[in-house]
Write a protein that binds this ligand. Structure first.
Ligand SMILES: [Zn+2]
Length: 420
């Protein structure tokens, strides 16, 4: 009986590759693919225009306003901006669950960074052109296509330009979306567009924890207060000891001290010093172990400095009050797709159909949030190629952008099912 019913099911529902092949053979898809071919000047224009609008972490408002305007121009329904600055637009379908297509609009570049965006032939140059100019532009390309070429699809599409993906943004845009019942309960599948390319599928969410470690002491004059505890020395000792923590190659785990601050002048004992630490691992257990090692190194460094102060104590009478604080400034949950997840089958089938070679990767992206909640999500590129992400030398090359767009479109349509 069991095998009988299985046979029935496979008679009624085509396999994912069959479904993708049938979709791709439809006249609408053929006209869509032709349409993409003619759009590069418009796409490059949007990409350049957007990259010129500053979008530092926690400062994405102006870019959000620009994107909402584009969503309206492209005829998306119910365009809105939520409390944290995420921009939404809907392309209607049938049914209450959405296929979400999202791209982060924030950059890593602080306010005031010169945004010298320029085009030379097929290449765009400047901060943020690829990460995430490529992702946002691909999203706009899909929205524009839906306005120009009629596409039948069942489930509606939710377009999202979200804030807070990079650095200390800590995925706050996506976290907010999946913390809002309206979206949390209605997003069936999430396709996250991040950066350029069409050669990866991020199906596993790399976890990370980030800390600001602050050490405070009484401070003082370098000569007359000599002997008082020195927060910079404590931090240095912490780093020296923590960086000797062994890390396994598998599961890959890493640490970095990225920023160090402290002190006021060469002849003052600093009152405080701080550092920012980034821990990453594909394993939640390794992350915990690294965090413990960091805290132990800090405690030991404090004790050592206290002892050193006592040894020097004859020279000074100030209380040796010294304290430390470890503030969590980032916490990105790990997670991964079930091997049989439909979204992965669809992307794989689309890639096979398009003759596109792509590899599964583990990374930290907006997809961490739905993946950590057990939802189906992938992060893929917006097509073309790019490099120098997070540097002022960032570039994007539009050659091959079409492949990225075709891949996104087919994936969305296959996930949504074809409506009437
Ligand atoms: Zn990005």
């Amino acid at each position: 009986m069991v095998s009988g019913s299985r046979a029935e099911v496979s008679d009624v529902y085509p396999s994912v590759p069959e479904e993708v092949a049938r979709l791709a053979a439809s006249p609408e898809i053929r006209s869509a693919f032709n349409w993409f071919r003619t759009q590069e000047p418009q796409l490059a224009h949007w990409q350049t225009e957007m990259a010129k609008i500053p979008a530092p972490p926690f400062g994405e408002t102006a870019r959000g306003v620009w994107l909402a305007e584009k969503f309206r121009e492209l005829g998306l329904d119910d365009v809105r901006v939520d409390d944290v600055g995420n921009v939404f637009g809907i392309h209607p379908g049938y049914g209450k669950r959405y296929i979400a297509l999202s791209a982060h609009i924030d950059t890593v570049f602080p306010a005031g960074t010169p945004l010298n965006i320029r085009q030379q032939g097929s290449r765009l140059y400047g901060p943020g052109v690829s990460d995430n100019g490529a992702g946002v532009t691909a999203m706009l390309g899909i929205a524009a296509l839906l306005r120009s070429v009629r596409m039948r699809h069942a489930l509606p599409f939710l377009f999202v330009g979200n804030v807070g993906e990079e650095g200390e943004g800590d995925l706050r845009g996506m976290r907010h979306i999946f913390g809002t019942p309206r979206w949390k309960d209605s997003i069936a599948y999430s396709i996250v567009l991040d950066g350029a390319g069409a050669d990866t599928i991020v199906a596993e969410a790399l976890g990370s924890r980030r800390f600001e470690v602050i050490v405070r002491g009484p401070g003082g004059h370098s000569w007359s207060d000599f002997g008082a505890p020195n927060p910079i020395v404590i931090l240095a000792r912490t780093i020296e000891s923590f960086c000797q923590t062994p890390v396994p190659a598998t599961p890959k785990s890493t640490f970095n001290i990225g920023v160090i601050r402290g002190g006021t002048s060469v002849n003052s004992i600093p009152e405080s010093a701080s550092m920012r630490v980034d821990l990453r691992s594909t394993s939640p257990k390794e992350l915990e172990r690294l965090e413990r090692a960091l805290r132990i190194s800090l405690d030991e460094a404090l004790e050592n400095e206290q002892r050193a102060v006592e040894a020097r104590a004859a020279a000074h009478r100030k209380p040796a009050n010294v304290s430390s604080e470890v503030v969590v400034i980032g916490d990105r949950p790990a997670g991964e797709l079930e091997p049989g997840a439909r979204i992965l089958q669809v992307v794989r089938a689309v890639d096979a159909h398009l003759g596109n070679a792509a590899q599964i990767q583990r990374a930290s992206t907006d997809a961490n949030i739905p993946l950590s909640l057990g939802r189906e999500a992938v992060a893929i590129g917006g097509g073309g190629s790019g490099g120098g992400a997070h540097t002022l030398q960032e570039w994007f090359d539009c050659t091959g952008r079409e492949m990225g767009l075709k891949r996104i479109l087919l994936t969305m349509l296959a996930l949504a099912g074809v409506g009437e």
